[in-house]
Design a protein around this ligand. Structure first.
Ligand code: GAP
Length: 435
C-alpha cells in the first residue's frame, strides 16, 4: 500500500486534501491523472449499466434532501454504530472492533457503556441554526432514486422490470476511516436500483450478482483477487433482506468494493407511508403492487484503489537493458485500456526542429480523440518508463526517419511490440486498438 500511496502522490493521482494546512483526516483530492482514472471508471460503469441497456435510465438527484427522507429510510434511527468512550483518555471506540469490551486499547482505562453514534453528517439550511433548519448530507445516493420513482415512471414510460442508475457523492461520519481512500467520510457511489415483480426478485438478484462480478473481471481485475461473500444475519443493513459483497484482496485483506442487496419493498413502502403518496406500480394487466428492489451499490474510490493495486507491477532490473538507467527497477501500471488515464504519449527523439514540429502536429491531432501527452524531456528510455508508470498504453516515437518515410514507431505498453505506422494512418490504428 505504501508504494501505491507514494506513486499516487508523486504522479498526480491522489493528494491529501488541503495539504498545505496539514491535511484533513481521511479526505483526499484526485489530481490530474486521478480525475481521468475516476472519470474513466464512472464512464465504464455508466456505459455498461445505462447506455448499453434498454431497461435502465439515469438520474442525478441533489445531495441535500428533505430530512423526512432520512426518517422514512430508517437512517435517522438505524444508521448507527455502537461506541464506547474511555473514561481516562476519552478516546471513542467502535464496539464491534474491540477485543476487550471493557478496557481501552490505547491507555488501559475503563470504557463507558456503549452508546449509539449516528453516522449522518448534519448541517443547517439557510441562515437560522436550530432544530427546524437541520438537514443531512446524504449517506447513500439510493434515496434520491426511490423518491423519484414516480417521476421517472411518468416521464419515461419505463415498465417493470427496469432500473434507475446514479453516480454521486455520499457522506458518512465514519468512526474509523482509513486505508487511504478505502474508507473516507466523503466518497462517491455508483448505485442502481432495479425494480422487479416480487416473485422475480430471486432471479434478478442472481442476475445482478453475476453482472457486477463480471464487470470487474472485464476491466482487468485478476480473478484470484475477487470473490463474492454473503452477509451474515448480524451484518445485514436495516433495509436488506439479503446481501452479497463483491470483495477484493487488498494488501490489507479481503474488503468490500460493492454490495449487491435485495432491498425487497422496504424503501418504496416506507416512502409511501411517510409521504402519503402512492408508490405502487400498475402492471399492464391492471395488477397493482409495490415493486421489489435489487440494488448493486458500488463505490468509485474503492474500485479505483483496487484497479490501481491490481495493475501495479514492479519489474526488477527493468524490461530493457540497453542503458544503465534501464537496469533500474521499473514500474508498469497495467490498467485496462478503457481505464488508463493517458492513451498515448508522443515522444520526439529530439526536442529540436524539424522533429518537434512533426511530433507537435501528431499530438494536436490525437488530442481531438483521446487524452494524450507530449513529452520531449530526457532520454527515450526514461520517457518510456515515465509513461509505463502511469499506465499509458502506447508510446509514439518520432525519429529522424519519420521525416522521410512519414511513419512513426508505436510501442505497446504490455507486449513492448513495436509497429511502424504511417502518420496518416495513426488515428485509425489507435481507434482499432482503443475502441
Ligand atoms: N445504498 C447501499 C449502500 O450505500 P454500502 O454497502 O453501505 O451500501 C456501498 O455502500 C458502497 O459504497 C461500498 O461497497 C463502498 O464501495 C462504498 N462506500 C461505503 N462507505 C464508504 C466509505 N466510508 N468510504 C469509501 N467508500 C465507501
Amino acid at each position: 500500500m505504501e508504494k501505491i500511496v507514494s506513486l499516487a502522490k508523486r504522479r498526480g493521482f491522489i493528494f491529501p486534501s488541503s495539504e498545505i494546512y496539514g491535511g484533513l483526516a481521511s479526505c483526499y483530492d484526485y489530481g490530474p491523472l486521478g480525475v481521468e482514472l475516476k472519470n474513466n471508471i464512472k464512464k465504464a460503469w455508466w456505459k455498461k449499466v445505462v447506455q448499453e441497456r434498454d431497461d435502465m435510465v439515469g438520474l442525478d438527484a441533489s445531495i441535500l434532501m428533505n430530512p423526512k427522507v432520512w426518517e422514512a429510510s430508517g437512517h435517522l434511527k438505524g444508521f448507527v454504530d455502537p461506541l464506547a468512550e474511555c473514561k481516562s483518555c476519552h478516546k471513542r471506540f467502535k464496539l464491534d472492533g474491540l477485543k476487550d469490551k471493557n478496557k481501552c486499547s490505547e491507555c488501559g482505562g475503563i470504557l463507558t457503556e456503549a452508546k449509539n453514534f449516528n453516522l449522518l453528517f448534519k448541517t443547517f439550511m439557510g441562515p437560522v441554526e436550530g432544530d427546524s433548519a437541520v438537514i443531512y448530507l446524504r449517506p447513500e445516493t439510493a434515496q434520491g432514486i426511490f423518491v423519484n420513482f414516480n417521476n421517472v415512471l411518468q416521464s419515461s414510460r419505463m415498465k417493470v422490470p427496469f432500473g434507475i442508475a446514479q453516480i454521486g457523492k455520499s457522506f458518512r461520519n465514519e468512526i474509523t476511516p482509513g486505508n487511504f481512500i478505502f474508507r473516507t467520510r466523503e466518497f462517491e457511489q455508483m448505485e442502481l436500483e432495479f425494480f422487479v415483480k416480487p416473485n422475480e426478485a430471486k432471479k434478478w438478484y442472481k442476475y445482478w450478482l453475476k453482472q457486477r462480478f463480471d464487470w470487474y473481471l472485464d476491466l482487468g481485475i485478476k480473478k484470484k483477487n475477487l470473490r463474492l461473500r454473503e452477509h451474515g444475519e448480524d451484518e445485514l443493513a436495516h433495509y436488506a433482506r439479503s446481501c452479497f459483497d463483491v470483495e477484493y484482496k487488498f494488501p490489507f485483506g479481503w474488503s468490500e468494493l460493492e454490495g449487491v442487496a435485495d432491498r425487497g419493498d422496504f424503501d418504496l413502502k416506507q416512502h409511501q407511508k411517510f409521504s402519503n403518496q402512492d408508490m405502487s406500480y400498475q402492471d399492464q394487466d391492471g395488477k397493482k403492487y409495490i415493486p421489489y428492489v435489487i440494488e448493486p451499490s458500488a463505490g468509485v474510490d474503492r474500485p479505483l484503489l483496487a484497479f490501481l493495486v491490481d495493475a501495479y507491477e514492479e519489474i526488477k532490473g527493468g524490461r530493457t537493458t540497453t542503458t544503465q538507467a534501464n537496469k533500474e527497477q521499473e514500474v508498469v501500471l497495467r490498467l485496462h485500456k478503457d481505464l488508463a488515464p493517458i492513451k498515448a504519449a508522443i515522444l520526439p527523439l529530439s526536442k529540436k526542429e524539424p522533429l518537434k514540429k512533426v511530433a507537435q502536429s501528431i499530438y494536436k491531432d490525437l488530442k481531438k480523440y483521446w487524452m494524450v501527452q507530449y513529452d520531449e524531456v530526457g532520454s527515450i528510455g526514461r520517457r518510456y518508463r515515465r509513461q509505463d508508470e502511469i499506465g499509458t498504453l502506447y508510446c509514439i516515437t518520432v525519429d529522424f526517419d519519420s521525416l522521410d518515410d512519414k511513419k512513426v514507431t508505436i510501442r505497446d505498453r504490455d507486449t513492448m511490440k513495436q509497429d511502424r505506422v504511417a502518420i496518416s494512418a495513426l488515428v485509425d490504428y489507435l481507434k482499432n486498438k482503443l475502441d
